[in-house]
Design a protein around this ligand. Structure first.
Ligand code: F6P
Length: 532
């Protein structure tokens, strides 16, 4: 029997009803879950108890419990690359044991974390210096997972950032490295080259540029370079002192790597102790994910709500809307986490996926988005499920009144999506303005909000290192659950390869060293135009 059949039946049965009609006295409590001070509310979706049961059955039948255990115990579940998937090991607590190929990996994880912490302290305390003295600026050069995690977290944790300023260079566009380095003092700048493979063309090109920039002022630039990579041989060949090379294993996927040495720039910025709090938040979410029954399990529910909206209701995109300016980079971070993980067209066994893959994820912080794209979310013809995030309090006690406004806006948007405004209500508004007849009718129709649009809210006390850890781990596990239900390997990323290969081949063509034979007409014409 088709595993989606029951959910499709329920969707067909219930799609005409209004979410508001589901609200009895207990829905708000029944369709929300709390864990370690965080609340996930999914009451404003068209999921009722029967649908939730069917969704949970879907997860159970997919073998979620066994697959979750397999991931946490170091089995090689990334089977197109023959790798374990153990980002959870990077935040595992004292006393844990996780084996890969019969070897406990945690002693080495702890050793590297201690080495990173020692280096971070040296930088923060001015023991490690540049040619010009104390390090004032750290430039992290990396891309994808070697950039998005630390860059997102550095912005998120600004209230805790009391170390050197951090900068993030990712794009191969020379404008990025140029504009970032301009204004920095090479004599007091530390460059961290962050690349799991240490071969990524963008990162290595930017690292070369930064090294040349530093060499103009610093006698031996290598002394102000550090590296984070799984490829110790390549960092050595690049001339980086092994004392400042922080390694990790291939069982840490790039987009899951912020918890380990890839987070070094963040650790330098906020200090190792607060970085530990970040890990503790991730660990708390791990314990919840492992221990809570599915109906109360936040990552499981978050994933199943997403599956309901995308695979069953057919809503192709999902907006992530943090009412938290410091989470401005979260949507970009989640784009990689979710779309690189679950944007796959074949199942683990190589067969065509029987349903849609993961959704398009996009978003911007509120309230900014309200003055940009929310028009479409409220009145466009497509339904966009929205995920709001909001804190009970900010970090600026003097500006508590602004925070209150922020929270009011967040809740108001979710309420507006749910409730909408009927034609009758719109007519009343127009009548009050003195309109009558056909013009009243015409104007009123523009002011109708269909409502009945689903959204969820993730609410937490304050965006601390611990909370950020919870949020990131929550989303990681959500992606895992979604991948298990869809039957996808969430941990490879073959879809990025073809473009890389073609770019390499196009380089000599653009340089005029090779011809455009074999290229399609459009590409050949663009090459001619761009060669000038
Ligand atoms: O091209 C995609 C990708 O491999 C991502 O998965 C990864 O996060 C990014 O490139 C950077 O890779 P690396 O850390 O090896 O430079």
């Amino acid at each position: 029997m088709d595993k989606w059949a029951e959910l499709r039946r329920l969707h067909g049965l219930n799609k005409g009803r209004h979410i508001l009609d589901l609200f009895d006295g207990s829905r708000a409590g029944d369709f929300a879950v709390e864990a370690d001070g965080m609340r996930f509310d999914y009451a404003k979706t068209n999921i009722d108890a029967e649908t939730r049961r069917a969704l949970i059955r879907l997860a159970e039948d997919a073998g979620l419990a066994e697959k979750r255990a397999a991931m946490f115990s170091g089995e090689k579940i990334n089977d197109t690359e023959g790798r374990a998937v153990l980002h959870v090991a990077l935040r595992a607590g004292e006393g844990a044991v996780i084996r890969v190929d019969d070897q406990d990996v945690l002693p080495e994880v702890r050793r590297i974390r201690a080495a990173c912490a020692a280096f971070a302290r040296q930088v923060r305390e001015g023991v490690f210096t540049g040619q010009g003295g104390r390090i004032t600026d750290v430039v992290n050069i990396g891309i994808g997972g070697s950039d998005l995690g630390p860059a997102m977290a550095w912005l998120a944790l600004q209230p805790y950032a009391d170390g050197p300023r951090c900068h993030f260079v990712s794009n191969v566009d020379g404008a990025h490295v140029h504009d970032t380095l301009r204004g920095l003092n090479p004599e007091t700048t530390l460059v961290i080259v962050a690349s799991k493979t240490f071969t990524t063309i963008e990162t290595m090109t930017n690292a070369d540029t930064a090294r040349r920039w530093m060499a103009e002022k610093v006698a031996n630039p290598a002394t102000q370079f550090a590296a984070v990579s799984t490829a110790g041989d390549k960092t050595a060949a690049y001339g980086i002192d092994p004392d400042r090379v922080f390694g990790f294993e291939d069982w840490v996927g790039g987009r899951y790597s912020v918890w380990g040495p890839i987070g070094l720039s963040l650790m330098i910025a906020i200090g190792p102790e607060r970085f530990d709090d970040f890990l503790a938040g991730g660990r708390a979410m791990d314990a919840h994910f492992m221990g809570a029954p599915f109906p109360q399990n936040m990552p499981v529910l978050l994933a199943l709500v997403g599956i309901w909206h995308n695979q069953i209701c057919g809503h192709a995109t999902r907006a992530v809307l943090p009412y938290d300016q410091r989470l401005a980079r979260l949507p970009a971070y989640l784009q990689q986490l979710e779309m690189e993980s679950n944007g796959k067209r074949v199942a683990v066994d190589g067969s065509d996926l029987a349903t849609q893959s993961g959704p398009v994820v996009w978003g911007e912080p509120g309230t900014n988005g309200q003055h940009a794209f929310y028009q479409l979310i409220h009145q466009g013809t497509r339904v966009v499920p929205c995920e709001f995030l909001v804190a009970r309090r900010g970090h600026e006690p003097d500006l508590a009144h602004q925070h209150l406004l922020l929270v009011a806006n967040c809740l108001a948007q979710a309420e507006a999506l749910l409730r909408g405004r009927t034609l009758e209500e719109a007519r009343g508004i127009m009548a009050k303005k003195g309109l009558t007849g056909p013009e009243l009718e015409r104007q009123a129709r523009h002011r109708v909000f269909p409502g009945n649009r689903p959204s969820t809210v993730l609410a937490y006390d304050q965006l601390t290192p611990f909370t950020l850890g919870q949020i990131i781990a929550l989303y990681e596990h959500r992606v895992f659950v979604e991948g298990v239900v869809l039957g996808i390997n969430s941990f490879d990323q073959w879809g990025v390869e073809l473009g890389k290969e073609l770019a390499l081949a196009l380089q000599p063509v653009l340089e005029g060293k090779a011809g455009t034979e074999g290229k399609d007409g459009s590409t050949a014409a663009l090459v001619r135009f761009l060669r000038g």
